[in-house]
Structure formats: structure tokens, C-alpha cells
Ligand binder design. Sequence first.
Ligand code: GLA
Length: 390
Amino acid sequence: MHSDTWSPRLLALRELAAGAFAEAFGGEPELWVAAPGRVNLIGEHTDYNDGFVLPAAIDRHVLMAVSPRQDRQVHLVAADFPARASFCLDEIVHDPSQRWSEYQRGVAWALQEAGHRLNGLNAVLVSDVPVASGLSSSAALEMAMAYAFQVTCGLELDGVQRALLGQKAENQFVGMNCGIMDQYIVSLGKRGHALLIDCRSLEYTLVPVPAGCDVVICDTKKRRGLVDSEYNRRRQECERGAEALGVRALRDVTPEAFAARQSELDEITRMRCRHVITENQRTLDGVEALRRGDVALFGALMNASHASLRDDYQVSCDELDIMVEAAQRQPGVLGARMTGAGFGGCTVSLVRSEHTPAFGREVARAYTKETGVTPDVYVCQAEDGVRRLD
Ligand code: GLA
């Protein structure tokens, strides 16, 4: 746990939250917690196959103003909407009318399930992580809540345990069967770095974001629709593939072994497996390329990742393809791909910094011309994971 300084974006969020806190609870909060969103550079739909991912936390945050309570009540105010939700730690029930609070309820539930003793708290939440865009605003809500309990209740919990509890909350309380990537990077991100995460051992290696390059996120504004049912279907298809190939998870199949055995699989299973197996290899190759300073190769691997997600894994959509194609045409772009679960949301591009302003303008122009929609473009810095701010 460490403190940190306030960036201008965080200061703007604090002003909003401080006003809402005074209004809702009186006085000032005792604790400020910031949890970032995330972008995945490469390694998509590999986490639940025990594979490799390379996400970075980004400088867009959920900020939480917190004061502990002596009783078992949790009072939450979402100042952006605005909305309020309350629950008691003795009986954590769902509240479909306040869906945003499912994440906080789920985290409290998962912490207690793991045997942690909690007290209540009052909290105000504000956020500049776009919602339903595939930048993990939900993992940010979960990790902010877990961290708030950790500090106010003095819980012993390391970053990986915190991520696993967040994932359990999402899987078992919220009902979204996600992998570990989002909670992990939101919990453990490091400024200036992406993390190569081994989703089997749950160990990570720091990989610096290449100097002279920007990570640019373009939001298609297409909100992810099909994602839950299709996501679960992909997971099942991968499990079927692993079983047919006689391995614990697709992580255990090399591209060579796959080439030798792929004819044993039906067509859909073969396509899904080919994506996961080649994506794992691209992720490892991409990290090697960055270590050697070969950003051009890394970019080419990002482009190949998009093609594989579009053609073999079939989780892209027209809006994502239009944005990626516009991005890949621009001068100074090293690579571009969809990021996150797919079916809408955002793309990620690696761009040489001197080209970034023109890149953003031109991609937005091309996207609007084809779709009639004005996208959002964010130039992001790789940020630290969830932390306390003083
Ligand atoms: C979502 C899930 C992650 C991961 C990605 C796809 O973001 O929450 O666990 O599976 O999709 O890479």
C-alpha cells in the first residue's frame, strides 16, 4: 500500500466527490481510494485458458471517498448519476434497481465468505472510466471497494488475493463469468508499465510501455450487447477444445502441437482453439519484441491479434473493424486492435508520439464518416493499480 499525488483529472473528481460527501454524510471523508480502469495491449480471451495477457492500468479512475462506520451498514452514493444504495453486512442481498451497487455488495460478500471481519462504511463514488466500453469500470469499482475495506478494517490481503476476491464477487455474486485479467491489473498495475501476467501461476513481469509511443484508446460508442452470452459460449468452446486435445487448458497446447492435431476438431472448436493458441504465442513474442526495442514487430502482432479475434474467435463487430482499419491506415501507427471482451467498446493503438494528435483527429473523422457516430479518443498513460491518496 502506498500513497500518491493527485493528478489534475483526479483533483477534478475529488472536487465532485467532496461536495457529494459533505451533502450525504456531513464533514470530510477519512480516506480516498483511486482504482484505475485498464486497457489490454495483447493477449485477448486467453486469461480463462490459463494463458498470457499484457494489460496496463490507465489514468482514468473510480475515486472513492470513504469514512468507516462502527456498525454493519454500508451506505453508497454514486455522485455521477446520482444514485444511492445501502445494505447491511449481515444480509447482503441483490438490488436489481441499483445494479452499479452489485459490485460493492459482491466484494463485501466475497470478503466475508473468505472469513474477513468487516465493519460498515459510508462512501461516495465518482468515475471518469467510461462505462460499458470494455475498460473495466466494474473491476475498478470492485478493487476500490476491496481496498476501502482493507484499509478501514485492517485486513491482511495482498494484491493477488484482492484480485481473486474481486473475480469471485463478479463470477458468483454479479454473475459474470470473467477471467482474472481485469481485477489483477486494476489491483497490481504499475505506472509506465504493462504487466505480462501468467494467468495460471498468477505471477507477473513488468514490461515498460515503449518510450516515444502513446497508447491511444478509441471508443466506438457501441455498447457491448451480446457480451455475456457469447462470452460464456466462447469459454465452453475452449473447454471443449482442451478436452478434445487432452490438456488441462489451451495454454498447454503449442502452435506446433495444434498444427499436428487440429484436424481432429470440428470447425468451430478449431477456430476458437487456433485463436487462443496463436494469441498466447503472440503475447509472448510481443513481450520479447518490446524487450529488444522492436516496436514495429509488436505492432504487427497487435494487428494479427485483431484479425484472429475477428475471423477465428468472432468477437469483433463492424464498429470495431471500422475503427481498427482506420487506425491501421494512419501514419505513425505501429498496430491497432480491439481490446477487452469485444462486441463493441474500444480499440487500442500504439502510436509514435509525434503522430498522436493527427492520429486521433483522423481516426475520429474516418469513423464518423462511415458510421455517423462521433467516437471518443483517449491518450492514456500506464498508471499504478488501486491505491490510497492522501
Ligand atoms: C473481459 C473479461 C476478462 C477477459 C477479457 C477478454 O474483459 O473480464 O477476464 O477474458 O474479457 O480478454
